[in-house]
Unconditional design. Sequence first.
Length: 93
Amino acid sequence: FERKGDDLYTDLHVTLREALTGFEKGIVHLDGREVKVSRAGKVTKPFEVVKLRGEGMPVHNFPSQAGTLHVRVLVDFPADLNEAQRQVIADHF
């Protein structure tokens, strides 16, 4: 995590399949609880940022308020494809 003011920034790795078909993953927050990042049924582009309001750091003197958690999605592409995989992609795109 990186902190800027009341906001937190972190990265989340997803597979190419998850980026294309959607995903729901958990991130372990600084306080140990799991925060869900959901892009169910949505295409996610590399480096897209998902903003989770209220999941950042508590606002000074206002502990009931919190900043935003910015989650940058990093798409892990396969290192190579076999001929059958290349053909499936070529047939559908």
